[in-house]
Design a protein around this ligand. Sequence first.
Ligand SMILES: CC(=O)SCCNC(=O)CCNC(=O)[C@H](O)C(C)(C)COP(=O)(O)OP(=O)(O)OC[C@H]1O[C@@H](n2cnc3c(N)ncnc32)[C@H](O)[C@@H]1OP(=O)(O)O
Ligand SMILES: N[C@@H](CCO)C(=O)O
Length: 305
Amino acid sequence: MPIKVPDSLPAKEILNNENIFVMDESTAFHQDIRPLRIAILNLMPTKETTETQLLRLIGNTPLQVEIVLLHPKTHTSKNTSHEHLESFYKTFDDIKDQYYDGLVITGAPVEHLNFEDVNYWEELKDIMDWSRRQVTSTFHICWASQAGLYHHYGVPKYELDKKIFGVFPHTTEKQNVNLLRGFDEMFFVPQSRHTEVRREDIENIGDLEILSESEESGVYIVASKDGRQIFVSGHSEYDPLSLKYEYDRDKAKGLEIDLPKNYFPGDNPEKLPYSTWRSHANLLFSNWLNYYVYQQTPYDLGAGI
Ligand SMILES: CC(=O)SCCNC(=O)CCNC(=O)[C@H](O)C(C)(C)COP(=O)(O)OP(=O)(O)OC[C@H]1O[C@@H](n2cnc3c(N)ncnc32)[C@H](O)[C@@H]1OP(=O)(O)O
Ligand SMILES: N[C@@H](CCO)C(=O)O
């Protein structure tokens, strides 16, 4: 079964070439099954790259999934063209009366700012409040996970002395948690952050559970006990070369940046990096879609969230 995306979205051709069946709006879904409606609030400056990465993971499912891409209307994008946003994106105003099975909120390179100084903060707060009422489960990535933990639970973020940058081993001690089903005892996840949230600020909040951590890179997955809010600090969706792109970009700018850890063979940036996290990424997203979205959402969406 396929995912359906806006007509002519560039990611469609890339994913079809990878044998992921992506439909456009003119093609009909199987009529007897209600497709899952997933919104992606894309806050990344590199929107096309992120669309492709997320659709690749969300499309790896036997479920029918209809995608709506959202961007914040209170922010003028510097790095994504107006035409791209006009052609493929909606804003919160267009969908706020509707109910959704799932929402993904991406990272954003605004972590040095106070949340209140992010120019779409008021809109993002409205979207996060709406998600509590009208979305079955919301998956927050990187900066969005910090933003969600802060907005919903008052959890602060802290500046790190040094950027956490690389692919780090992660573990979990939890048993029988559906989001973690099938996880290896230890698995790798890309992290690329200047800030963190801390265990001690989260563990006393009764509604939250820390599901996975890394000795080196800290808290990874936090979830509300009802599974409706998932906060993920890493970038499992990243492509094999995403960290290389960030490393080369920062080097070219003359910034002080260490090599991403556990990434280049022999720490040689001339060599093609290892990608060691893609099976984890696929499992994380398919567990979320299956157990937290599909198995929880009401058939008559809106009648019972
Ligand atoms: C912590 C995480 O969530 S990780 C996710 C972030 N990682 C990435 O974005 C990786 C890819 N990004 C990049 O490579 C870089 O951000 C680039 C090359 C695209 C742009 O870098 P720079 O030129 O240094 O920064 P630039 O001035 O364009 O600002 C970056 C973004 O922050 C936005 N921004 C800056 N200040 C603010 C603000 N006060 N409020 C809201 N957004 C802001 C910019 O508008 C831009 O986003 P946009 O393209 O959606 O408009
Ligand atoms: N992942 C980000 C961190 C900045 O927020 C980058 O290096 O682009």
